[in-house]
Design a protein around this ligand. Structure first.
Ligand code: DHB
Ligand code: MG
Length: 617
């Protein structure tokens, strides 16, 4: 089906918006009146620009306050309409959107509304234009799609149809039965379909619509369910995204357009319109890669955590550090990322050590890469040097390189083949295999790419998105949403920091799962490592909330171990100091604890701020 996007859904000048929409592969656009008014281009020039870019102008919008008006006022509205139809002639646009009125002077009279819309449609017809009437959820007398349709039906004019907008419909829907009326509208009378999602729970509907709409799959609406109903009517027009969102207004148009198209592709896949390569859900984390100019602080920390340097890359200054199933690459080479990093990404190695890449254990790396490519993820070169093992890799929205790889699996190229054993190196802490591994990797996101990142990990990699949690940071609020595989072998809490410039909230971390966090915490301190000190007040509060065996709480207090419990089990965890933009966490999950210790996160963040001041002198 034809895909389209409203210019209001992208930031920048009209030219920037059109270019971004075309580059992302949209077939057409809805031109928002404000974008036209603010543009130095005449309507004919906009038309030519769109034609050069291969974009159609599928809709011009909005026209407001036209129906059910007193006679004099309606005459003035028609004059306005004639002027707009002339603009549309210049644009070569053949459909105009008319929103249900909000004017206090409009009267509650469906017959009058139908008669006046019919007059408007007569005029439109002279210009070869169709009128699509949309019920705004906050319309004065018409606020539901079925009411708008009753008026259109009563008018019975060939140039008058309805526009369905998923936001207005779903924001007012109390249950699926409220959508049954869609099936009563003949598909050819649905002149246009606008798609948007929104976060739940709702709020005042005008604020919700104007500031918080998001692309399908990024909110809580069942947009796919609605689309299926509309398709069953026989609707054959464009699928058009119309998102009003404060963050989107500030984010770059290029990446937003890609995010938007990816959202639409996933929606089309969900509704059976598009067939994409199936996801090959990662089964584990093969490695995490740190880039650093000065390896010593990181390797010192890794040694204290029981890792040993076991191998070195044959052609690059990259060392493999291992303990159990946890593998960390330490890259001291020039940190030229294969993909440009967005501003504010936690993957930026500018100031020392940064977490820039993750190896995902993939059941079928080539298939995973094909899906990623179909969903517009930048595909990175398979070989960085002639002698390297070919590895599939793509860039996540935050610039993190995701290697789709295999470890010790016959018939698949093994990423470790590029590494040569470092003789005589064994981890200081021999483990039962799998007793020590990467539990999760917390990936801070640029503030304006969070919703995109969640959809990317869900849609492209096939991970499940968990509930979003808010965490109080002393200097703001942190939002965190984990994407995980069903068995919990892959867990990436995606977080978005308080203030964009806040270094503490920007740091990424690797959490290492152990079956004895106390022993590992002691090992680190014995090796001269520092664990993040936690205030005594925290332990006094723990004593009030939970019961502990004799001495247990004192041990935690001495070491800085935090404690949490959920319906399943217990969680003990502690944090190393931060090196550059990276720190480590040691975690012990008992009896199937599912979370990440969110209850402790405010204490941890405050302690990290304090520690940063201490080291800053
Ligand atoms: O918020 C508005 O006014 C507005 C305008 C045009 C639309 O298509 C819409 O859904 C909302
Ligand atoms: Mg709309």
């Amino acid at each position: 089906m034809r895909t389209s996007i409203a210019t209001v859904s992208l930031s920048g000048s009209l030219t920037e918006k059109l270019t971004a929409a075309a580059r992302a592969g949209f077939d057409g656009v809805e031109i928002f009146e404000n974008d036209l008014l603010a543009s130095p281009l005449a309507p004919r020039e906009i038309r030519a620009r769109c034609a050069d870019l291969g974009l159609g102008i599928d809709l011009y919008q909005p026209m407001r306050d036209i129906e059910a008006l007193p006679a004099g006022e309606f005459a003035r509205a028609l004059r306005r309409a004639r002027h707009k139809f002339e603009v549309m002639r210049g644009l070569g646009a053949d459909t105009v959107l008319v929103c249900s009125g909000v004017s206090p002077r409009a009267v509650d009279d469906d017959a009058l509304a139908a008669a006046q819309l019919s007059r408007l449609a007569d005029l439109a017809q002279d210009f070869g234009i169709r009128v699509a009437y949309e019920a705004l959820a906050w319309g004065r007398h018409v606020s539901t799609y079925d009411h708008a349709w009753r008026i259109v039906e009563a008018a019975g004019h060939p140039a008058l149809g309805t526009c369905l907008d998923s936001f207005h419909i779903l924001s007012r829907s109390r249950g699926p039965e409220d959508l049954d009326g869609i099936g009563d509208i003949p598909g050819e009378k649905i002149f246009f379909l606008q798609l948007a999602d929104a976060p739940l729970p709702g709020m005042d509907v005008l604020q919700w619509s104007r500031h918080h709409r998001c692309f399908p799959g990024q909110g809580g609406f069942d947009v796919a369910g609605l689309l299926e109903r509309v398709l069953r009517t026989g609707y054959g027009g464009p699928l058009s995204l119309e998102v009003f969102n404060d963050v989107v207004r500030q984010a770059g148009a290029g990446p937003t357009a890609v995010d938007a198209r990816r959202s639409l592709l996933l929606l089309q896949e969900e509704t059976g319109i598009e067939v994409l390569p199936a996801p090959a859900v990662p089964t584990g984390v093969a490695f995490a890669e740190l880039v650093t100019r000065d390896a010593e602080p990181v390797t010192g920390l890794l040694t204290g955590l029981g890792f040993a340097r076991t191998a070195r890359h044959r052609g690059k200054p990259v060392d493999l550090w291992e303990r159990g199933e946890a593998r960390i690459l330490v890259n001291t080479g020039p940190a030229a990322p294969a993909h440009p990093l967005p501003h504010g990404s936690g993957a930026t190695p500018a100031d020392g050590t940064a977490l820039t890449a993750i190896g995902l254990e993939s059941p079928d790396p080539a298939a995973a890469a094909r899906r990623a490519e179909a969903l517009l993820a930048p595909v990175l070169p398979r070989r960085r040097a002639a002698e390297d093992v070919p590895l599939d890799a793509v860039a996540a929205p935050d610039g993190t390189e995701l290697f789709l790889c295999a470890t010790d699996r016959p018939r698949l190229p093994d990423w470790r083949a590029d590494f040569q054993d470092a003789p005589g190196q064994h981890p200081a802490a021999p483990d039962r295999p799998a007793a020590f591994r990467i539990d999760h990797v917390a990936l801070t996101q640029p503030w304006h790419r969070f919703d995109e990142a969640v959809l990317f990990h869900r849609g492209v990699l096939g991970l499940d998105a968990q509930e979003s949690v808010d965490v109080a940071d002393p200097y703001g609020l942190l939002r965190s949403r984990a994407v995980t595989s069903a068995d919990g072998r892959v867990r990436f809490p995606l977080t978005v920091g308080a203030a964009p410039g806040d270094d503490t909230a920007q740091a990424r971390h690797i959490a290492l799962a152990t079956d004895d966090v106390v022993a590992d915490a002691r090992r680190l301190t014995r090796a001269g490592g520092r664990l993040l000190p936690i205030p005594a007040n925290y332990y006094d509060d723990l004593a009030a909330r939970f019961e502990f065996a004799d001495g247990e709480l004192e041990t935690y207090r001495d070491l800085g171990i935090l404690y949490d419990r959920d319906a399943h089990g217990a969680f003990r965890h502690c944090y190393t100091h931060t090196v550059g933009r990276v720190f480590f966490e040691l975690v012990q999950r008992d009896d199937g604890y599912r979370g990440y210790g969110a209850a402790n996160a405010p204490v941890r963040l405050a302690a990290q701020h304090t520690a940063r001041w201490a080291t800053a002198g």
